[in-house]
Design a protein around this ligand. Structure first.
Ligand SMILES: Cc1cc2nc3c(=O)[nH]c(=O)nc-3n(C[C@H](O)[C@H](O)[C@H](O)COP(=O)(O)OP(=O)(O)OC[C@H]3O[C@@H](n4cnc5c(N)ncnc54)[C@H](O)[C@@H]3O)c2cc1C
Length: 185
């Protein structure tokens, strides 16, 4: 993965389980031939291209967060399928897709770490990722506001700058207050 030879994804989110990850319904049942995975995931970054997917699934559905385990899943295995790509307004360098697992059998050694510790592994890393996503969102929003401020000062309509229309000023004041924007227009 580090050398770029394998493109990967991590599949946690489900249609009914996002922030509340412990509510996931995808299961991985241990059998003699391996783990049998059934379920569906949504909003998976690199979902359309990934060759290796870390799939989060319940190995003990009655144990809540303590029943979650992680699996290294080869996306070429039978029972692994990809849905359509989801259209986004940004982050076009990566795709976002649905994934489906139907009686997907992975070997016992596809288990990543210990059984039942998957949720704990995720919680070790997710706060850092969420902080990054938050910083990205603030940066992008400030950037959009800066471009808009520039535009409304340059563009003229009906004989005046767009920045001089009262409604434009209301809207910008609202946006500026939300983001503590200091720059006067
Ligand atoms: C571009 C993109 C890429 C992504 N990539 C991945 C990926 O690679 N792998 C992956 O597993 N997931 C991925 N995700 C999914 C992401 O992790 C989830 O979107 C995130 O966890 C939030 O889940 P959710 O969208 O289901 O919303 P939730 O946060 O679960 O919210 C669902 C609903 O409940 C409401 N709600 C939630 N909490 C509360 C509360 N405390 N009080 C009141 N209302 C509440 C919300 O307002 C919303 O209406 C991606 C998402 C996006 C947008």
């Amino acid at each position: 993965m580090i050398s770029g030879d394998v493109l990967s994804a991590i599949a946690m989110t489900e249609p009914g389980a996002g922030s509340d990850l412990a509510a996931m319904r995808t299961t991985a049942q241990r059998t003699d031939k391996g783990y049998v995975i059934n379920g569906a995931k949504v909003f998976i970054t690199n979902g359309l291209q990934a060759e290796l997917v870390i799939v989060c699934a319940k190995t003990d559905p009655g144990a809540g967060a303590k029943g979650v385990s992680l699996f290294l899943v080869d996306a070429s295995l039978p029972g692994f399928s990809r849905g359509k790509g989801i259209r986004k307004i940004g982050q076009h360098a990566s795709d976002t897709a649905e994934l489906f697992f139907s009686d997907l059998v992975v070997p016992h050694d596809a288990l990543l770490g210990e059984e039942g510790r998957g949720f704990a592994y995720l919680m070790q890393e997710l706060p850092r990722e969420r902080l990054g996503v938050g910083a990205q969102a603030v940066g992008a929003t400030e950037g959009v506001l800066a471009i808009t401020l520039d535009y409304v000062q340059q563009r003229k309509a009906f004989g005046q700058r767009v920045a001089d229309f009262q409604n434009t000023r209301f809207k910008l004041a609202e946006a500026g207050r939300a983001w503590r924007w200091q720059k006067p227009i």
